[in-house]
Ligand binder design. Structure first.
Ligand code: BGC
Length: 549
């Protein structure tokens, strides 16, 4: 029988769309956040590795014991450091790979499923890591980072999609913030491992931090084998029976419970509604759908695609990765710091400890206030660092003050824009373009991540622009842009189901969005009910359409 005998209740009671959720169900949703670990670890380990003596000697032939590299000697253009172009390439190539990986993953997630795509990403990543571990020269290292980047692109784009689709709406923001938390833990682990191996005088110095990453990929892939696929994927593919089954597992309820049926009816009705607005066609037509509609209408696909991609661009413009990618060498170049690795470790710790605040605040105050006040806090700190460094840069007391304000800046990032950008991109797209929308937004994150990784060594390298602390004028100005952007363009999605977000975007503007309350459900409005039960003819229709998507 179509729908496997699922009788779907549709109701106009907008508050009851989701079931009370069991602890096991919460834990299932939260496990996927683990994917953040290797996003963070892989971004982070390279920062320390490019500052390691053994690594620098291997790549440049320079001798760290040469008196001209003694502590407090002016590093100048001949410092004991990799040339800027090498730093730039080896760091940024990963983001180039992730950019393309994220885009491909958007397609795969619709064809093979969200979960399967993430597991495939882990496989690709492991191949890249093996190459990097085996490398003893620049070429293989760069190739390995490129391939690992593809894998991370798969994982980083689809994890956010998967988590947003399986999480209960009341805690969706907190659960996706858990992903950000894992990114920060990944960065911290990378710092600790780098710290532990930095003085090794053999290839273990860089091979150990690199090889360890395989563990994260294995844990994620094995764990995901035991987790259910996203019910929204099954609805899109027209497999309503499977959708009911996995939704039941995710909510810790029997699949025919009223809660599960009501939530599913709303997902189906919304999808049906969206298909009337966004007809699916060929492969290219479905990509083109992401760019359809008016630029002036908030609900149009084009506007949502721009919102997601620009939000991730802005997140990178905050300048956060300047600290996490180049912090060690930046602090080294300041000259007065005796242990730049330790400072790198401290900044990473601040990042980890501040992120959990967002689990609460993102659900209590919402996405908008976090992004607005977070940007405000960041640009104030960045300008203080820039001004202090410009006026009194060489003074050790000033350097200490600068480091303190860098830490406060990281606190603001970690508790607001870090998680906020990921949470919002998981929420703003309608199902027919969701996987590609999230993929495009993630690709934008990596594209800007890459651009910043390429250009910053030239901006601050002692053999290049040598901007020093003045670089924070650039980040501060960009953060003012983030602040205005959040105020004028980001809608409030807190507490709404993904289907209600769709309705909210149609009916209100970003600045008024936090006052919007859901007033009806798609299922009831679309007249898809027959005495409270979704008509089997409709289920059959959804199944037929899904099988040709
Ligand atoms: C960003 C990364 C950054 C990390 C720092 C993430 O949200 O996308 O680029 O390295 O936060 O915690």
């Amino acid at each position: 029988m179509p729908g496997g005998g699922v009788g779907l209740v549709a109701t106009a009671d907008t508050g009851r769309i989701e079931a009370p959720v069991t602890l096991k169900a919460y834990l299932m949703c939260a496990f996927a956040a683990f994917g953040g670990i290797f996003f963070g670890y892989d971004s982070g380990y390279i920062n320390g590795v490019i500052g390691m003596n053994y690594f620098i000697t291997l790549y440049t032939g320079l001798d760290p014991n040469d008196p001209k590299f003694a502590k407090n000697a002016d590093p100048g253009p001949d410092g004991f450091t990799l040339p800027s172009w090498q730093k730039s390439l080896v760091v940024s190539i990963l983001s180039a790979g992730t950019f393309f990986g994220a885009l491909i993953a958007g397609d795969l997630a619709d064809f093979t499923g969200r979960r399967t795509t993430i597991i495939m990403g882990c496989g690709v990543f492991i191949v890249g890591v093996i190459l990097q571990t085996a490398s003893h020269g620049y070429g293989l290292m760069v190739a390995g980072r490129l391939i690992a980047g593809f894998g991370i692109g798969f994982v980083s784009a689809i994890i956010v999609l998967y988590m947003s689709e399986i999480a209960p709406k009341k805690v969706r923001g907190a659960i996706v913030s858990g992903y950000q938390f894992c990114i920060t833990i990944g960065l911290l682990l990378a710092s600790c491992v780098d710290y532990g191996t930095q003085n090794y005088t053999d290839t273990g110095s860089y091979r150990i931090p690199i090889a360890l990453q395989m563990l994260w990929a294995l844990i994620l892939a094995i764990g995901l084998f035991f987790l259910p696929e996203s019910p929204r994927y099954f609805v899109k593919r027209g497999k309503i029976d499977r959708a009911a089954q996995v939704l039941g597992r995710l909510r810790g309820q029997p699949r025919d419970s009223e809660f599960v049926q009501t939530e599913l009816a709303e997902i189906i009705a919304n999808h049906e509604y969206e298909l009337t607005q966004i007809p699916q066609g060929s492969y290219f037509a479905s990509w083109a759908n992401c760019f359809k509609g008016s630029l002036w209408e908030q609900k149009s696909n084009l506007r949502r695609t721009i919102l997601g991609t620009s939000l991730q661009m802005m997140q990178q413009w905050t300048g956060i990765n300047f600290i996490f990618y180049f912090g060690t060498t930046f602090f080294q170049d300041l000259g007065t710091i005796s242990n730049p690795f330790l400072i790198g470790l401290i900044t990473t710790l601040v990042n980890v400890c501040s992120t959990p605040i967002s689990f609460y605040t993102i659900e209590r105050f919402g996405r908008r206030p976090l992004l607005i006040y977070g940007a405000l806090g960041m640009w104030i700190c960045e300008f203080i660092v820039a001004i202090a460094g410009t006026v009194d840069g060489g003074n050790p007391a000033t350097v200490r003050a600068e480091i303190s304000f860098i830490c406060i800046y990281i606190f603001f990032f970690a508790s607001t824009w870090g998680p906020g950008a990921w949470v919002v991109i998981g929420e703003i797209y309608p199902l027919p373009i969701r996987s590609r929308g999230v993929a495009l937004a993630t690709a934008s994150n990596w594209l800007w991540n890459c651009i910043i990784a390429v250009i910053t060594p030239y901006m601050v390298g002692t053999d290049q622009g040598n901007l020093g602390a003045k670089v924070f004028f650039v980040w501060g100005a960009l953060c003012v842009g983030c602040w205005l952007y959040a105020y004028f363009l980001v809608p409030e999605t807190k507490g709404l189901s993904l289907e209600q977000v769709d309705r909210m975007l149609e009916e209100t503007t970003p600045r008024k969005s936090s006052k919007w309350v859901p007033h009806s459900t798609f299922a009831s409005e679309m007249g898809l009910t027959d005495k409270g039960v979704l008509d089997p003819v409709i289920i059959e229709d959804v199944e037929r359409k899904g099988s040709v998507v």
